[in-house]
Write a protein that binds this ligand. Sequence first.
Ligand SMILES: CC(=O)SCCNC(=O)CCNC(=O)[C@H](O)C(C)(C)COP(=O)(O)OP(=O)(O)OC[C@H]1O[C@@H](n2cnc3c(N)ncnc32)[C@H](O)[C@@H]1OP(=O)(O)O
Ligand SMILES: O=C([O-])CC(=O)C(=O)O
Length: 454
Amino acid sequence: MRNSKKEQIDNYTAKYSKVCIENGNIGSTLFDEYGVKRGLRDKNGEGVLAGLTNISLIKSQEIVDGKRLPCEGRLLYRGYDIIELVKGFEHSKRYGFEEIAYLLLFGSLPDKGQLDEFKENLSLMCTLPTNFTRDVIMKASSKDIMNSLTKSVLALASYDKQASDLSIENVLRQSMSLISVFPMLSVYGYHAYNHYECDDSFYIHRPDANLSTAENILRMLRPDKKYSELEARVLDIALVLHMEHGGGNNSTFTTRVVTSSGSDTYSVIAAALSSLKGPKHGGANIKVVEMMANIKKNVKDLDDEEAVKDYLARMLNKEVFDKSGLIYGMGHAVYSISDPRATIFKNFVERLAADKKRDEDFKLYSMIERLAPEVIGEKRNIYKGVSANVDFYSGFVYSMLDIPLELYTPIFAMARIVGWSAHRLEELINVDKIIRPAYKTVMTERTYVGIDKR
Ligand SMILES: CC(=O)SCCNC(=O)CCNC(=O)[C@H](O)C(C)(C)COP(=O)(O)OP(=O)(O)OC[C@H]1O[C@@H](n2cnc3c(N)ncnc32)[C@H](O)[C@@H]1OP(=O)(O)O
Ligand SMILES: O=C([O-])CC(=O)C(=O)O
């Protein structure tokens, strides 16, 4: 675009953004007056009840002596505590992603035969249409791999003759197929970006049907296809921890909402991806790592707790870093005292950091984890407590696995697609009603005025 054109458009949008804000503003007292729960949540984190689910349970409060009190967070998949599930496959040195995907999709833990059959079918589906990599993934490559992934998912619909068939059998086939190809779509999307935008070599490694999802991600990513067992196991646990989080989280609720309109699997999952990439949701894992780099660059003495605290306070005042006023990786819509996934992660992170000689970084993460809730507590209205969430340590883990920043949120998506699929199936099986909440109208009616009289 010529400079003068760009300037004209910039001036117009600068001027009219002020008009949007002025005319779009709804007095903040009205929300309380009409009892509108912002974010569809009470101040204690309890959500407005929007549905029923049998897929997972998130616990952040308990009743003690008749009083509802915040408690350590718990997460159960299909009735099993996430801590027990991780221990179960970790102790017997199995990869967990496929087993837990079976649990979430079908509602019970698989026996060995069922697991093998499930894995075999996922492998059969781990293939892209002819020339898809060339015709879709490599075209208009972008640093934003979430957008690239969304584009690929929507494009896959044109190769599926039954794209809009909503039978459970067909939706299950589409869901398993997307679970299977998400790593390929994301990693190849990254390679295309790395080649065309960063001038690096381009290579495509095919997944190996005998390997787990975590191993295949690393195999496809690395030029020499090599990875250590520790690396693959840590990534596998990260995937399991990100797979599912109830019906109300932003991307799963999006899945439910779009499913309820009768839309097809590809469109529903594209919408869920668009939600997940937001920095207040799954996109936080990229932001955490950028934020930590920013702190390291700008705080001279990282052993000086007061200086770190002061910088965090400036972040909350929108003076530094991305000026959003957020400390990323902290806080959660539901959890208060702790997010169990952050706690599990921390144990692995400490070991991995020692192994990768990143103890100094680990020290800084631990310090921020301790200081940030204090600083947020001083500057914001805290009703239920703020603590580190799942994404506080995940980006740090991926950086220690030499996974490029651009793939952090797509890795979240490779895991959460399982939860979205389970919720889409649950919505289709149980609810045949379009989701349509109400918005209280606060406008006043006006008399139309012709253009020459305005
Ligand atoms: C996988 C996931 O999606 S996990 C979440 C990942 N997101 C992040 O890490 C981004 C940073 N965190 C946040 O933005 C928020 O904590 C959210 C969006 C996750 C939850 O926000 P809320 O539901 O508003 O949480 P909560 O009700 O506990 O917040 C209480 C107050 O603390 C503020 N707060 C909460 N977390 C943060 C934070 N990390 N940084 C700054 N302020 C925060 C809220 O804005 C709110 O302030 P206000 O009422 O004065 O406006
Ligand atoms: O539940 C939420 O609001 C956010 C989410 O998806 C998660 O924590 O995994």
